[in-house]
Ligand binder design. Structure first.
Ligand code: SF4
Length: 238
């Protein structure tokens, strides 16, 4: 029997740098392990493919971590394994999460040709100071360049991720970020409120009073502004 609505999530647990707010399962400075991890993934895909009932796959999502740290040939071999283990529908959406600071025109051209048709860039903010506080490795100019490079490579489905209610973030700064993001005309925007997770540097600094917690009122106002800006532009957002 065919399961009509199956999606596959593939986790890539590597990052160039561990951001201070992040509690995802990811490791910095271990890029040497990527080839072995990719091989293990391929083995797992073959193993599951042989045992699972026939599946039509509509969505494949490479999340992380920073999937864009993988090389184009590594993506290609994972996709080949997926195509031979499962049936990917002709219009399957195949997405990767990418850090704007880790892409190149060559890599995007090749992975677009291999069948990846959607990119989700982790932008988080358009404000230099906020990006520095979050310990992101990119600035907003890198984001503009990354979006333009992705468009030139043929990606017509882009998502941009944002984080709001940052410590010390003003409403003006949040509004500016939203406007700059909307001006890039992404097909989708995801905006999340920052949560101070236990075990992260942000969580520790906050419990020692070194990081002001976001105020619930400003959080509510941020959500209202988000709704107003996106609604006016007709942007689909989470
Ligand atoms: S790039 Fe993303 S996954 Fe990696 S440490 Fe930063 S927030 Fe976490």
């Amino acid at each position: 029997m065919t399961n009509p609505n199956t999606s596959i999530y593939i986790h890539i647990p590597f990052c160039k740098h561990r951001c201070a707010y992040c509690d995802f399962n990811t490791y910095a400075g271990q890029e040497d392990s990527i080839p072995a991890y990719v091989q293990a993934l391929i083995n797992e895909i073959e193993f599951v493919g042989q045992r699972a009932e026939q599946m039509n796959i509509h969505t494949v999502f490479f999340g992380g971590g920073t999937p864009s740290l993988l090389s184009a040939p590594q993506f290609d071999s994972i996709l080949k394994a997926l195509r031979s283990a499962f049936t990917l529908t002709a219009d399957a959406e195949i997405s990767i999460e990418a850090n704007p600071g880790t892409i190149s025109p060559e890599k995007l051209n090749i992975i677009r040709k291999s069948g990846i048709n959607r990119i989700s860039f982790g932008v988080q903010s358009a404000n230099t100071e906020e990006l520095r506080m979050l310990e992101r490795i990119h600035d907003f100019f890198t984001v503009i360049e990354a979006v333009s490079t992705a468009r030139k490579a043929g990606f017509n489905n882009l998502n941009l991720d944002l984080i709001y209610s940052l410590p010390e973030q003003t409403l003006a700064s949040w509004q500016t970020t939203l406007q700059r993001i909307v001006d890039l005309y992404p097909e989708h925007i995801s905006a999340y409120a920052l949560t101070l997770e236990h075990g992260t540097p942000f969580g520790r600094w906050s419990s020692k009073g070194l990081l002001p917690p976001p105020r619930p009122r400003s959080r509510r106002r941020n959500v209202r502004i988000r709704g107003r800006v996106f609604g006016k532009q007709g942007v689909c957002a989470l």
